[in-house]
Design a binder for this molecule. Structure first.
Ligand code: HH2
Length: 280
C-alpha cells in the first residue's frame, strides 16, 4: 500500500507517524508553545529527529468551541514554517481548509493537504484536482468546531462516518483526483462523543472496506481524558496506547504530538510481530 504525494511515495506497509506542529496560540493541547515561526521550525526539526515520517503543520485550532483565525493570520502563521519544513527531507502536510492557503502551500511544494472539512470549502476540491500531484487527507466532521458538539447525534456512527468518507472519496475521484493520493480519517473528537469515538476505534476495521488507507488522530484528545481522568498534559501513555490500538485495527498513519514515544512503541510493536507478515 502506497500514498502518492507531491514529492514522496509513502510506503504504508509499515505504520507511519505524522507529527503535529500547531502554529497557534490556542490549540487544545499545545496552544502557544510553537506559535511563532522560530519555535515552530525548531519543533519541526525535533519531530523529524524523533522519527516523524510526515510533518503536519496547521495554523487553525479546531478544538471544540474554537473560532477560526482570519485568512491572512492563518497564512502568516503557516507559510514560513512550511517553507522551512520543506527542507527537512520528510513529506510536509498543510492542515487547512482554506483553498487560498492550500494554493499557496502547494505552490511552495507542499506534499499533502490535510483538511478537517474534507475539501468542502468552495473551490478546494477543484484546486486539488487541478494541482494533480498532492496527497489529500479527507476527515469526517459535522458542522464547525465552534458548534460541532451540538451535532454529535448518530444512529450508527461507524456506518455514517464511513458513508460520508466513501461519498467524499468518490466525489474527489470523479473530479479527477487519483485514488492513490487519498487517505481518509474518521475525525476522532469532531462532532463525536466518547461513545462515538470508542465505537470508531472498536469497529475501525469496518472503515478499511472503503479501500483507502486510514489516518487517525487520537493524540491527547478528550476521550482519553474521559477514560483515564487525566488532563491534557498527562495523556502521553493514553495517547500511545490509543495509537497502537488504532494500528492494530488497521490504521496506516497515526497523527500524534508525542512522536518519540509513539515511534518507540511502534518499533516494539513491530518487533513483536504485530501486524506484520510472518517474518519467518
Ligand atoms: N485533529 C486535529 C486537527 N487536525 N487532522 C486530521 N486529519 N485528523 C485529526 O484527528 C485532527 C486533524 C485536532 O488536534 P490538534 O491539532 O492537536 O488540536 P487543535 O485543532 O486545537 O490545534
Amino acid at each position: 500500500m502506497l500514498w502518492q504525494t507531491t514529492r514522496h511515495r509513502i510506503d504504508l506497509t509499515v505504520p507511519r507517524v505524522m507529527g503535529i506542529v500547531n502554529v497557534t496560540p490556542d490549540s487544545f493541547s499545545d496552544g502557544g508553545r510553537h506559535a511563532d515561526t522560530a519555535a515552530a521550525v525548531v519543533h519541526c526539526e525535533t519531530l523529524v529527529r524523533e522519527g516523524a515520517d510526515i510533518l503536519d503543520i496547521g495554523g487553525e485550532s479546531t478544538r471544540p468551541g474554537a473560532l477560526p483565525p482570519g485568512a491572512d493570520e492563518e497564512a502568516a502563521r503557516v507559510l514560513p514554517v512550511l517553507r522551512a519544513a520543506l527542507t527537512l527531507g520528510v513529506p510536509v502536510s498543510v492542515d487547512t481548509s482554506r483553498p487560498a492557503l492550500m494554493r499557496q502551500a502547494l505552490d511552495l511544494g507542499v506534499d499533502i493537504v490535510n483538511d478537517v472539512r474534507a475539501l468542502r470549502q468552495a473551490g478546494a476540491l477543484e484546486l486539488l484536482a487541478a494541482h494533480g500531484t498532492a496527497g489529500v487527507c479527507l476527515m469526517h466532521m459535522r458542522g464547525e468546531p465552534g458548534t460541532m458538539r451540538e451535532q454529535a447525534h448518530y444512529d450508527d456512527v461507524v456506518a455514517e462516518v464511513g458513508d460520508f468518507l466513501r461519498r467524499r472519496t468518490e466525489e474527489l475521484i470523479a473530479a479527477g483526483v487519483e485514488a492513490g493520493r487519498i487517505v481518509v480519517d474518521p475525525g476522532i473528537g469532531f462532532a463525536k462523543t466518547t461513545v462515538h469515538n470508542l465505537a470508531l476505534l472498536q469497529r475501525q476495521r469496518e472503515l478499511l472496506d472503503l479501500g483507502r488507507p486510514l489516518l487517525v488522530g487520537w493524540s491527547r484528545k478528550g476521550t482519553l481524558g474521559q477514560i483515564t481522568g487525566r488532563p491534557v498534559s498527562e495523556r502521553l501513555a493514553a495517547s500511545v496506547a490509543a495509537a497502537l490500538a488504532a494500528v492494530a485495527r488497521g490504521a496506516a498513519i497515526v497523527r500524534v504530538h508525542d512522536v518519540a514515544a509513539t515511534v518507540d512503541a511502534l518499533k516494539v510493536w513491530r518487533a513483536a510481530g504485530q501486524g506484520l507478515a510472518d517474518p519467518a
